[in-house]
Design a protein around this ligand. Structure first.
Ligand SMILES: [Zn+2]
Length: 257
């Protein structure tokens, strides 16, 4: 994972770009103490599903002042560092055996180590085997009060209906080029790097809706010391320069060879 991506990881709801239809509902519910037992976050990769899951985890166990998550208390800091003992991020693709889920079910029953909520974030949830789904279903049917499950997936149609019906389903959408460019502009500024608006717009379009892709391209350019200009982006990606493309397009239109 790239450094800029880690530094850029939101610690407050306001920092999550776009996804207002998800953010506003979740934030309001959490503020009123209405925390669900099971959530399903679906949508393309790199659009904020795991980030939002971590924000829920932070909010649920934050010991700091309102508004939560404070991002600075011991609990928030350990979620950010990925070291909170009660926040488990599980890659469903590589932990999808019945034994894995049985093991998980046993641990789910135990109280949280720090006395708060236990949060299980199941990434790539559609990769679970049928047997694993069924084992998970048993837990979702009678969820212990101290547990929150957050399933994240790019393919919600592969989640079995009995699981779906027990989850609050939030659909994340592709980010717009403007949303991505806006976030990257803030990052460049924080890094003390000058970035052409035109270049960031191009990255925003090329990222195809995924913030993570935009961030990693910017990161690559900064690491290589490439100027964040339109030409720099084209070069970093091995694209033909825009001027040449326009020349070729014009030639095609006018029928020149
Ligand atoms: Zn906190």
């Amino acid at each position: 994972m790239s450094a800029i991506y880690q530094r850029a990881r939101p610690v407050r709801w306001e920092d999550v770009v776009g996804q207002e239809h998800v953010k506003d509902v979740l934030k309001a519910a959490l503020e009123q103490g209405r925390v669900g037992h099971a959530y399903l976050f679906s949508g393309p990769r790199g659009v904020g599903k795991t980030t939002t899951a971590r924000l829920i985890a932070m909010t649920a166990n934050c010991t700091g002042p309102m508004p939560k998550p404070c991002g600075e208390c011991e609990s928030c800091l350990s979620v950010r560092a990925g070291s909170h003992p009660d926040v488990m991020e599980i890659d469903a693709a590589s932990n999808n055996s019945v034994d894995d889920v049985r093991d998980l079910r046993e641990k789910v029953g135990l109280a949280a180590m720090r006395g708060g909520k236990k949060i299980y974030i199941l990434d790539e949830a559609h990769m679970m085997s049928r047997a694993a789904f069924n084992a998970l279903l048993k837990t979702l049917e009678e969820p212990p009060g101290h547990v929150i499950f957050i399933l994240a997936t790019t393919e919600p149609e592969k989640i079995i209906p009995t699981i779906l019906s027990r989850c609050q389903h939030y659909r994340f959408r592709r980010l717009t080029p403007e949303e991505i460019a806006g976030k990257l502009a803030g990052l460049a500024q924080r890094e003390g790097v000058r970035a052409e608006g035109d270049a960031l717009q191009l990255i925003g379009r090329l990222a195809d809706g995924a913030m993570r892709d935009g961030e990693s391209l910017l990161e690559r350019m900064l690491a290589a010391g490439t100027a964040v200009t339109r030409a720099g982006v084209e070069e970093a990606l091995g694209l033909p320069p825009g001027e040449r493309v326009r020349g070729i397009a014009a030639a095609l239109v006018s029928g020149e060879k």
